[in-house]
Design a protein around this ligand. Structure first.
Ligand SMILES: Nc1ncnc2c1ncn2[C@@H]1O[C@H](COP(=O)(O)OP(=O)(O)OP(=O)(O)O)[C@@H](O)[C@H]1O
Length: 267
């Protein structure tokens, strides 16, 4: 059974006005269990709109979204949080700055059932588990459990955010340009960590990226969005052997135009 199914998804902004924008034009998308999919596309292609629709932060105009076979189209964000974990571009948005690393991890472990956190606090057993998990990041953070999150660098924070997102395995992981705010070297480190975590736990993942190199290097499937439609969808061996030139040729064949977003091409 597919983990994520999107059927005929349309999204309009300012519908019925002169500024009407048909941002998603009947997207059909299905993700198998454990599939790691990179989504790329130029400015305004509809990447964020698609992710926001799946996460539930944007009400659906038309279409249907199913997660693990369950219709979540009209379910609110909080309800979906039991199934979906999301990592944003801004390293500050995934963690609580004034809490320590271990407190943040303890909160993540209770995703979807946070109510008893302050009553139970962080237990010794949890502490050891967190240390083991943090050690897998290779950043030495296992020795800094009591450090305030706000004191960490952007890359360290994003690595902890990823750990938090995957501590309790989500049905679906949404990565929203999660390395875009980091310097190139840190971004590469966090991307490699992402790949390691997603593969180790076989987490079904949808990753938006502006970086063509990352989209080619990571994931088992690559989807290119164009003006609210899926222009390219490659997987398996075809994806593994894909080059930038191949991708641009495919894009031109399918969309009838050259891909002209320099920010994507040069990244
Ligand atoms: N809240 C909104 N109100 C009006 N129009 C919007 C809104 N959000 C997005 N849009 C429009 O919808 C279209 C798709 O935008 P979206 O942000 O999904 O694209 P994107 O592929 O994520 O682009 P980028 O890479 O620039 O973030 C664009 O034309 C955008 O201007």
């Amino acid at each position: 059974m597919a983990v994520l199914e999107v059927h005929g998804l349309h999204q309009y902004f300012e519908q019925g006005t002169v500024n009407e924008n048909h941002a998603l034009k009947g997207i059909d998308l299905s993700l198998e269990r454990g599939e790691f999919v990179a989504i790329i596309g130029g400015n305004g292609a509809g990447k964020s709109t698609l992710l926001n629709s799946i996460a539930g932060t944007l009400p659906v105009n038309q279409g249907q979204i199913l997660i693990d076979g369950k219709d979540v189209t009209y379910q609110n964000v909080a309800k979906r949080a039991k199934l979906i974990a999301r990592v944003f571009q801004d390293p500050r948005s995934g963690t609580a700055s004034l809490l320590t690393i271990e407190q943040n991890l303890a909160l993540a472990e209770k995703r979807g059932e946070w109510r008893n956190f302050w009553a139970s606090g962080v237990k010794r057993r949890d502490r050891q588990h967190f240390q083991e998990k943090l050690a897998t990041l290779g950043l030495g953070l296992e020795k800094r459990l009591g450090a305030e999150m706000g004191l960490l660098s952007g890359g360290q924070r994003q690595a902890v955010t990823l750990l938090m997102a995957t501590l309790k395995k989500p049905a679906l992981l949404l990565l929203d340009e999660h390395t875009a705010a980091l310097d190139p070297q840190t971004s590469a480190t966090v991307m490699a960590l992402t790949d390691q975590m997603v593969r180790a736990q076989k987490i079904t993942t949808l990753m938006i990226t502006h970086n063509m190199a990352s989209a080619l290097k990571y994931g088992d499937r690559l989807i290119m969005l164009d003006h609210g439609e899926i222009a390219v969808d490659v997987r398996g061996e075809a994806k593994q052997n894909l080059t930038v030139e191949d991708l641009l040729t495919l894009f031109k064949e399918r969309s009838g135009q050259e891909f002209a977003d320099d920010a994507v091409l040069l990244s």
